[in-house]
Write a protein that binds this ligand. Sequence first.
Ligand SMILES: [Zn+2]
Length: 143
Amino acid sequence: MKFIDRILSAFFGNDKQKFREVHLDQEVVDEIIQISREATPREFVALLSGKIREQILHIDGLIFLPGETSNEGAVMKIFMLPPMSGAVGSVHSHPGYSAQPSSDDLIFFAKNGFFHIIIAKPYTLESMVAYNSLGEEVSFKVV
Ligand SMILES: [Zn+2]
């Protein structure tokens, strides 16, 4: 995900937000699981939209980056997303059984948003791990 770092930094801004709990809509979880399964063996990447209210971060949707993240066309399309689209972080899949962030993932987490999900095989709720911008694991509740 290194390639799009600079562009996404501009997109998210550098605000580090405070929250004590994360709620993830059931529909968002279902969507992430379904798309990961369809994408494998490729990685799927999307942004997460959400809001913080009373210190609860509520993730309510996915924002898709059209095409592959690794080609120039996709990067150009990110510029076309409306500003203030409510992106708070990202989700991506790993085509293996480890949801540990790679070193590129950690650099990306530090620069973009404040809540990130990695889903590994076998692409279930249990194989979904969430991280803050420091790459520390954070718990979430499905609502
Ligand atoms: Zn990764």
